[in-house]
Ligand binder design. Structure first.
Ligand code: B12
Length: 154
């Protein structure tokens, strides 16, 4: 956890990295979002949790207004690879959000693990990382986060 201490940095003139956590348009599940909000808050990030069933247009608008350092998409209903790819394309269509780090995770397909093609589509649509449910998912996600503060505080 020590590598993430810069996210907690309260030095005057420096800000904490901000993260938007969001469900995708079709997904009504909320505890996944609560889990991510608590995890990120404990790691020292400022978190805005947009909740479940967030339409793409609202997601884009919130990101344009909040200008977060990271967007974390979560879905567990099995349709995340479709919703997530569409949302990522909508975000990347806006030049102001072209460089926003975007990750997605959860139970993203209805048949267990995604196929390589489904995963590639998420990456091609603009997701920087895809975390499917596995014992390593949160560890891998935390490694990604540990690289964020250097970008966020540049
Ligand atoms: C509670 C629940 C519901 C509740 C949700 C209430 C609420 N307020 O959230 C209700 C009853 C509403 C519901 C509805 C449905 N559900 Co439901 N639900 C569950 C259940 C039992 C628990 C989910 C939960 O809260 N888990 C606790 C949270 C903390 O954990 P989590 O969601 O697993 O998230 C973890 C990981 O996925 C991961 N993670 C998630 N997002 C991200 C993102 C990143 C970046 C990272 C790194 C990690 C990560 O981290 C989390 C913590 O480990 C699961 C089964 C199960 N045991 O998981 C089914 C389950 C998710 N539901 C399922 C389904 C199919 C549905 C429905 C479609 C059912 C229906 N036919 O109506 C609807 C969905 C409607 C919709 N529009 O989305 C399926 C999804 C299957 C799939 N993915 O292929 C599941 C897996 C049950 C099953 N085995 O079939 N559900």
């Amino acid at each position: 956890m020590s590598e993430l201490t810069t996210a907690r940095d309260d030095t005057p003139g420096r800000r904490r990295a901000t993260v938007v956590v969001s469900g995708v348009a079709s997904d009504a599940h909320t505890w996944n979002l609560v889990f991510l909000e608590l995890l990120l808050s404990e790691l020292g990030f400022d978190v805005a949790n947009l909740g479940a069933c967030v339409p793409d247009e609202l997601l884009v608008r919130e990101c344009l207004e909040r200008r977060p350092d990271l967007l974390v998409l979560s879905s567990v209903n099995g349709h995340g690879h479709i919703d997530g790819a569409r949302a990522a394309r909508a975000l990347r269509d806006r030049s102001a959000l072209a460089a926003l780090p975007v990750v997605i995770g959860g139970k993203l397909g209805v048949a267990g693990s995604l196929t390589a093609a489904q995963r590639d589509e998420l990456l091609a649509a603009g997701c920087d990382a895809v975390y499917e449910d596995s014992v390593d998912a949160i560890t891998a996600f935390r490694s990604f986060l540990s690289a964020l503060p250097s970008r966020a505080f540049r």
